[in-house]
Design a protein around this ligand. Structure first.
Ligand code: GTP
Ligand code: MG
Ligand code: ZN
Length: 294
């Protein structure tokens, strides 16, 4: 039986690339619908005799809901400081979701041509201090692209980030003969226009893969619970677990080691702000726990 990897899923069709590079247009078999199994881009799958249906999804190394991808080695979270303005909650939501799924993540600050070098550096330092690698690029001026490449080679990397930050523009530069559609940022709203509509996987010359994904306009943390939240912040690994109360939420309790680390500057106050924000949202539990794993 033939196996392949899902490179794209549109309107109920899954495009499966087999080892010889042939791409088959397939549908998911009926059992998937019944059992509520949703194939994702990056899934390794088994095809039917007629090569027109996905009949089995091979065990996943990992899987993510936002963006919906499987078997990626790393999430490259792309952000811009300006146009659109930086959204730390959005960045942190991608980093936390990756951590929750057991996927490595790092940060790429694009559109460096629109911000000062100092501002880019200062912003990156917040995340380097948290334990993330960072890279600064300008797709427009083709700067930082050579610095970005080594992070991608030989791996499967999904580019994620809000609309208009330049994910597709960067992929066009690092990819092999890619010509992805890119969109203008609305001047009035200073927001992207959701140009990329679906996730798509592309092979890199040296064996890795890159995935383009659509930007989201709303921050969500599907599948994450408030109790587990702090453990998903990389800073948690470097702070000694010395809270006075067991089950400390790190919000209002006295003798909290996390708050002490914020006061001493070990944890950046912006990251703590995001923790407080997400914690409250997860406790409110509105649309934040949607997308239970299928
Ligand atoms: N000034 C500047 N503009 C850039 C840069 N990178 C991309 N852009 C522009 O920003 C706009 C949005 O770029 P896209 O690549 O479509 O952004 P995206 O992240 O793929 O957006 P979605 O597909 O909507 O999620 C386009 O007009 C790009 O030309 C950059 O480094 N500097
Ligand atoms: Mg795009
Ligand atoms: Zn605490």
């Amino acid at each position: 039986m033939r196996q392949g990897i899902i490179t794209k899923g549109i309107g109920g069709f899954y495009y499966v690339s087999t080892d010889d590079g042939t791409v088959y247009e397939t549908r998911a078999c009926g059992r998937f619908r019944k059992e509520n199994i949703i194939p994702r881009v990056g899934d390794r799958v088994v095809l039917s005799e007629g090569m027109d249906a996905v009949i089995e999804i091979l065990p996943r190394k990992n899987t993510l809901i936002r963006p919906p991808v499987s078997n990626v080695d790393r999430i490259m979270v792309v952000a811009s400081l300006k146009s659109p303005a930086v959204d730390m909650f959005m960045i942190d939501a991608f980093l936390l979701s990756a951590a929750h799924a057991g996927i490595d993540a790092m940060l790429c600050i694009n559109k460096s041509d629109l911000a000062s070098e100092e501002d880019c550096r200062a912003f990156c330092e917040i995340y380097e201090n948290a334990g993330y690698e960072t890279v600064v690029t300008s797709a427009k001026e083709e700067k930082g692209i050579e610095a970005l490449r080594p992070y991608l080679s030989g791996r499967v990397t999904a580019f994620a980030g809000n609309s208009g930050v330049g994910k597709s523009s960067l992929l066009n530069l690092v990819g092999d003969n890619l010509c992805l559609e890119t969109g203008k940022v609305s001047e009035k709203l200073a927001r992207g226009k959701h140009t990329t509509r679906h996730v798509e996987l592309f092979p890199l010359k040296d064996g890795g893969y890159i995935l383009d994904t659509p930007g989201f306009s709303r921050v969500e943390l599907p599948g994450i619970t408030a109790d587990r939240l702090w453990a998903l912040y990389r800073e948690s690994a470097k702070i000694e677990d010395g809270c006075k109360f067991t089950g400390c939420t790190h919000l209002k309790e006295p003798g909290c080691s996390v708050k002490a680390a914020v006061e001493s500057g070990q944890v950046h106050e912006k990251r703590y702000e995001s923790y407080q924000y997400f914690y409250d949202k997860l406790k409110e539990n509105k649309f934040w726990k949607i997308g239970k794993e299928e």
